[in-house]
Each structure stands twice: as structure tokens, then as C-alpha cells.
Design a protein around this ligand. Structure first.
Ligand code: THU
Length: 160
């Protein structure tokens, strides 16, 4: 038997004002995208902004459906826009922001498990880490330097 340790590292910023200019700009875009989310059922709006290596910024937000499971998270709406509009272009950074009509979201909201899995496919393919910044509506921002910190022991094509 052997015990192993998996490292997950993150940086926590106290406020958007602490972010570097480019990162703050990207978070502002995520907030813009969040405002346009279609979330009439959960009232929980999420925005995602992807910065690509060619400078393009691609936005996504959650799109809900009366048949609940037919809806989709902001991160996957966004990353599939990247994959379909910019195939082969690397993603440098992703910023995520979430807000609710029911409560003030004051802690960082990380991507759900399915979104982490989806995003990791893109990180693996591009062979360069994607920096992920996530926050609620106000308060702290968490940054990870790679999807690996968010998804240890993940499934990938090497198992197939
Ligand atoms: N949601 C996202 O857009 N991203 C996540 O990572 C977590 C959840 C959305 C899905 C649903 O529309 C709403 O938030 C409540 O779960």
C-alpha cells in the first residue's frame, strides 16, 4: 500500500481591485455575461468569460429550460462556443461570476463537476494550463493556475 498526495493550489484575492488589469477586465466581461443569463427557474445567474491566445474574449452564461436537465451551465455554453468558433485556438484564462436573485452570493462559486470535466478536455488538448478565476457577486476571488487543481484523478482519453 502506498499513500499519495494530490496537490491543489489556489490564490485567493480579497477583492476584484486586487486583480491584475487583464484579469479584472476578464472578470468584468464575466459579470456582463452573467447579466444576460437565462435563469428563470433557479434565479441563479452565472457568467463565464474566456480569454483566448489570439486576444478574443468569448462569453457564456447559463441557459435554463422548463425541462430542467435540458439547461446548461455558463462554463459549458462558453467553452463550446470557443470550441466551435475558434477550434485549435488556446484558452489562456477563464473568469466566472455568479449571482442570485434570492441571496447575495458572497463566496467564490467554482465550476460544477461536469464543467470541470468538460474544461479539462480542452486544457489537455491544448497542452497548456488554463487559469481559472471564480467569484460570487461580491467578495473573494479564487484563482487556480490549472484545471488540474480543480479536478484531481480526472478521467481522460488515455483510459479509452
Ligand atoms: N450553474 C452554472 O452555470 N455553472 C456552474 O458551474 C454551476 C451551476 C448554473 C446551472 C443552473 O442554471 C444554475 O446555475 C443553478 O444550478
Amino acid at each position: 500500500m502506498e499513500k499519495i498526495e494530490v496537490k491543489a493550489a489556489a490564490t485567493v484575492y480579497n477583492d476584484v481591485a486586487e486583480l491584475a488589469q487583464e484579469d479584472k477586465m476578464l472578470m468584468d466581461k464575466a459579470i456582463e455575461a452573467r447579466a444576460k443569463a437565462y435563469a428563470p427557474y433557479s434565479k441563479f445567474k452565472v457568467g463565464a468569460a474566456f480569454l483566448l491566445e489570439n486576444g478574443a474574449v468569448v462569453l457564456g452564461n447559463n441557459q435554463e429550460n422548463a425541462a430542467y436537465p435540458s439547461g446548461m451551465c455558463a462554463e459549458r455554453v462558453g467553452v463550446w462556443k470557443v470550441g466551435s468558433e475558434f477550434p485549435g485556438i488556446k484558452i489562456k484564462k477563464l473568469a466566472i461570476s455568479a449571482a442570485s436573485e434570492n441571496t447575495k452570493v458572497n463566496k467564490p462559486v467554482g465550476p460544477c463537476g461536469a464543467c470541470r470535466q468538460t474544461l479539462s478536455e480542452y486544457e489537455i488538448n491544448q497542452k497548456e494550463p488554463i487559469k481559472v478565476f471564480f467569484m460570487g457577486e461580491v467578495g473573494k476571488i479564487v484563482k487556480t493556475d490549472s484545471l488540474l487543481s480543480l479536478l484531481p484523478f480526472s478521467f481522460d482519453s488515455s483510459y479509452l
